[in-house]
Design a protein around this ligand. Structure first.
Ligand code: GLC
Length: 395
């Protein structure tokens, strides 16, 4: 398979233009809107093949940034008849966000095809977005961003959130969606007052989300430095240090990071790929990272399957190899792990992730997620995330 050619064709197939903006949908039939972290992945992929389209992707996201700086997790550019759309709280966009990957994507675009004017153009929007994250999502100044719905993590029904969602391991996917929708309504009624209302509904300090925030603040700092914006550079440095410190203090136990809920930081002790996510922002010491690789990455009874890394440990009562984020292999976690492992110099392990990812796609097509026990592909077809393998090929 000529991977680069197939990936480029998939990105073109899923490209849409509406209201003067061009963006990519994750999968034509099933996901016909624009999604925040998907578009960042698209921009990273496109930075290798069509930099102008990569920029268009981020411009479209920022075109619907809210006045408070939040970028919604979904933008409804066009009227969609099927699949039926859930109500996400606002007209034209959703009222919740997703992992803040935009600065990372912007930096990748610039790194491959330098364009200072583009960075200047989006800089104020980026700054507003990250200010929103560290101010509005941390009303008590604990230096951890809270999420108000599992969908904000991008891992909609992950068992990491079973306790705060008050559901058991066998929760049905449709009941789960209904409960997430109820959360959207509850937050809207409370006017999204984090301190007053979210703590009563769903208020989680998630490990991948905060890891991604740290890495993106670092990248935002690089952008600010390059453009000579000292205030932004200082802001980034200060918050990178604060969040790293808070994650260490409040989320680290027994050699790994655990998400936590509520004001008391009750640990959510469900083993998921969130153990590996912190590698992406260098949050483990060298020794800790070696232990994570040895004890978890290579552990076939928990995470490692013949086809890749399970998103939920096989030992968890909630582990379900066919159920969305409750076990299957997904390409975005693989991509985060690839870069995390590479950054620590675990070249052999990173190459294994790349090779497993590629062979899943070669065997099944660009499917949405994969059964870790059989390699079978599930969910949407022509799903863009598989094209992230292009960004695992080194430079
Ligand atoms: C699913 C995924 C989410 C993604 C969306 C669009 O909801 O869980 O992470 O953003 O699909 O691809």
């Amino acid at each position: 398979m000529d991977f680069r050619r197939e990936a480029a064709a998939l990105m073109r197939r899923n490209r849409r233009t509406a209201q003067g903006h061009t963006f990519t949908v994750p999968a034509g039939g099933m996901y016909p809107n624009q999604w925040l972290w998907d578009s960042c992945f698209h921009a990273i992929i496109l930075s290798h093949i069509e930099p102008d389209m990569a920029k268009a992707e981020l411009r479209a996201l920022f075109a619907r940034q809210l006045p408070n700086g939040m970028v919604p997790h979904m933008i409804f550019w066009r009227k969609v008849v099927w699949p039926p759309s859930y109500s996400w709280g606002l007209k034209g966009t959703s009222s919740i966000t997703q992992p803040p990957m935009i600065a990372y994507a912007a930096w990748e675009i610039h790194r491959r095809s330098p364009d200072r004017a583009f960075l200047e153009e989006i800089y104020p929007k980026l700054f507003a977005h990250y200010k929103y994250m560290v101010n509005e999502r941390d009303p008590v100044y604990h230096h951890l961003a809270g999420i108000i719905n599992p969908d904000e993590s991008g891992e909609d029904n992950s068992p990491r959130f079973d306790a705060p969602m008050r559901v058991g391991p066998d929760i049905n996917m449709y009941v789960h969606i209904w409960k997430r929708q109820a959360l959207v309504r509850a937050n809207r009624l409370c006017n999204f007052e984090a301190e007053l209302c979210m703590s009563k509904t769903f208020w989680v300090k998630d490990v991948p989300f905060n890891t991604i925030l740290v890495k993106n603040l670092e990248r935002f700092g690089h952008i600010a430095h390059l453009l000579g914006h000292h205030e932004g550079e200082r802001f980034a440095k200060e918050h990178v240090d604060l969040i790293r410190g808070a994650m260490r203090e409040r989320l680290f136990a027994d050699g790994v990071y655990w998400s936590a809920m509520g004001h008391e930081y009750t640990p959510l002790r469900v083993a998921t790929w969130a153990h590996f996510a912190p590698l992406f922002a260098g949050l483990y010491t060298r020794e800790e990272a070696e232990a994570v690789v040895k004890n978890h990455f290579y552990n076939e009874s928990t995470f490692r399957s013949p086809f890749g890394i399970r998103t939920t440990s096989k030992q968890e009562p909630a582990y379900r190899p066919k159920r969305f984020w409750r076990g299957p292999i997904w390409m975005a976690p693989h991509w985060f792990m690839y870069h995390g492992l590479s950054a620590y110099g675990f070249e052999k392990e990173a190459a294994w992730i790349r090779e497993r990812s590629r062979s899943l796609i070669e065997g099944n097509g660009f499917r949405e997620y994969f059964n870790p026990e059989t390699g079978e592909g599930y969910g949407a077809s022509h799903f863009t995330w598989g094209a992230l393998v292009l960004d695992m090929e080194g430079e």
